[in-house]
Design a binder for this molecule. Structure first.
Ligand code: F6P
Length: 552
């Protein structure tokens, strides 16, 4: 497929002229002018998810021009390339097929003329059998006891996704305690080891490459700790497992071949929770729920693959992101899940989006002159309202944000959920319309008390006014179930894919993370006499000297 620079498209120039008009239009006016906005700018996914994108600074013309851009950029063709197994991860010469991991219709998908569904199904069956034996207590540790605790040792995509999903689906978890250790800071592992019994604990070494320093260091320390109790290497076979694409390294570490749950190079680390990297999810919620999770993602894959542009949720959300980043100049995107179980949801998409689209060279290797991937951030609502919402309401930054909320809660404490919903609704309303919205004036005692009529300016009004015009997407989900969470994650994955395609960048490599790893290894290797290293900059030298002054 030919690479297209979006700034050289016809649609881009139309959008540029259109932006000159739209940049000064307020959401208040857009809603006053058209009482049908919600109807026109909302899409239902099955009867489970509603995406309301009406509180965006767009008109029907904006949407038309954006959709024209998607067509001109051959988005549909790019989707077909990914789904068909084309090696679109060109710099690593790999396919990108996390969709195959949840390909529930089991249609053949070929990589190098081999139908990968055979391997996918083989590993799924292996995980089903293993998880059932652990959950039922059939699997025994080296002293014959059933398993009570699972420690997933991994980082980045080998940690964030499984952790986020097991937290988001806590209402579905069983008796097993699942722990996640990722940081090389010994505290992370030490704190978990204090809580567990080696006789009843399973260690999952989750690492696609099985070379990641943090993970291998934590895995080695865990093995040493464990052997101090079991005093017998053969006991590792009952307690240590590898979730990896690098079989040889896992074997060299001492993992029994039977204990290796393989995934493949066509699964990106940050998209690997659907694969054996997600074994901790299965151990937490059971295989049946994991299948529902896969089913939800697969259904969203079908929506993404088959829906026409104007009804395609990931395409529309990606276009809206481009609208703000590349025309309005926004630099971040916020994700606010109004659901405490989803407290790691935004963190997960920091890696998924920023490691995918944090690039500055296009597919031809040319330096990019336009904004690329946004900074992703966010915390659960309503907590964010008491932390950083002030800046969104009255700061100087344009911050497009997604508000996500379940309609039905898993916990039924009187009035809690309705109050959560009211905050969710109030925040998107306030961000859109600000304090000048007529209904606010009527409803607000503040205005009644301080301003005799709406036009009279109270001396503090200027400090209290919220301008509004901050765009939001509202995503309402019937309930956070395995199916719906799977669909929601897939929705965001595909949005990220479309954003990257439109930005004409390679979204599936991550060369930028290699430099830090190499430098860390070099500093570590030479640490003992590093002061004599003339190449070292004075800052690093000074920092090391200060560190060493405490470690004589
Ligand atoms: O951050 C770099 C990275 O390679 C991520 O892309 C990946 O998810 C993480 O490190 C862990 O890699 P691995 O699963 O190979 O240990």
């Amino acid at each position: 497929m030919k690479y297209v620079n979006l700034m050289q498209t016809r649609s881009w120039n139309i959008l540029k002229n259109h932006f000159d008009i739209m940049k000064n239009v307020h959401l208040r006016d857009l809603f006053l002018l058209d009482s049908n906005r919600f109807k026109k700018f909302s899409i239902y996914f099955e009867n489970e998810i509603l995406v309301d994108f009406s509180k965006n600074r767009i008109t029907e013309n904006t949407l038309k021009y954006l959709l024209d851009l998607a067509q001109e950029m051959n988005v549909k063709q790019a989707i077909q390339s990914m789904f068909s197994g084309e090696k679109i991860n060109e710099t690593e010469n790999r396919s990108v097929l996390h969709i195959a991991l949840r390909n529930r219709q089991n249609s053949p998908i070929f990589v190098d003329n081999y139908n990968i569904m055979f391997e996918v199904n083989h590993v799924l069956k292996k995980m089903k059998d293993f998880s059932e034996s652990v959950i039922t207590g059939k699997w025994k540790g080296y002293t014959g006891k059933s398993i009570s605790d699972i420690i997933n040792i991994g980082i980045g995509g080998s940690d964030l996704g499984p952790y986020m999903v097991t937290e988001a689906l806590r209402p579905y978890k069983n008796h097993l305690n699942i722990h996640y250790v990722s940081n090389i800071d010994g505290t992370h592992l030490a704190e978990v080891l204090k809580k567990i019994n080696p006789e009843t604990t399973i260690f999952l070494i989750a690492s696609k490459t099985f070379t990641t320093e943090e993970t291998i260091t934590n895995a080695n320390s865990s093995k040493i700790w464990f052997l101090r109790y079991s005093k017998d290497k053969s006991s590792l076979d009952k307690h240590f497992f590898a979730l990896s694409a690098n079989i040889q390294n896992a074997l060299d570490f001492g993992i029994n071949i039977k204990n290796i749950f393989q995934f493949w190079d066509w699964v990106g680390g940050r998209f690997s929770l659907w694969s054996s990297a997600g074994l901790s999810i299965i151990l937490s919620i059971g295989f049946k729920n994991f299948e529902k999770f896969l089913n939800g993602a697969h259904s969203m894959d079908n929506h993404f693959y088959n829906s026409e542009y104007k009804k395609n949720i990931p395409i529309i959300l990606a276009l809206i992101s481009i609208w703000y980043a590349n025309f309005f100049g926004s630099e971040t995107e916020a994700i606010f899940p109004y659901d405490q179980y989803m407290h790691r949801f935004s963190a997960y998409f920091q890696q998924s989006n920023m490691e995918s689209n944090g690039k500055s060279v296009d597919k031809k290797g040319q330096k990019i002159s336009y904004q690329t991937g946004p900074i992703i951030w966010g915390e659960p609502g309503t907590n964010g309202q008491h932390a950083f919402f002030q800046l969104i309401h009255q700061g100087t930054k344009l911050i497009p944000s997604d508000f996500i909320v379940p309609i039905i809660s898993h916990n039924h404490l009187k009035n809690h959920h309705i109050k959560l919903i009211c905050n969710f609704l109030a925040q998107t309303k306030a961000l859109a319309f600000g304090t000048a919205e007529k209904s606010f004036a009527k409803e607000s005692t503040f205005f009644k008390k301080n301003i005799k009529n709406f036009n009279q300016i109270d001396k503090n009004f200027l400090f209290k006014e919220c301008i509004g015009n901050q765009p939001t997407n509202s995503i309402l989900i019937r309930k956070i179930t395995p199916y719906n969470l799977g669909a929601l994650i897939a929705l965001y994955e595909h949005k990220i894919f479309v954003q990257g395609h439109l930005l004409n960048i390679f979204s599936f490599d991550q060369w930028g993370v290699e430099l830090g790893k190499i430098l860390a290894k070099n500093i570590y290797k030479n640490f003992s006499n590093i002061e004599n290293d003339q190449v070292l900059d004075s800052s690093t030298q000074g920092l090391i000297s200060f560190y060493k002054s405490f470690h004589k």
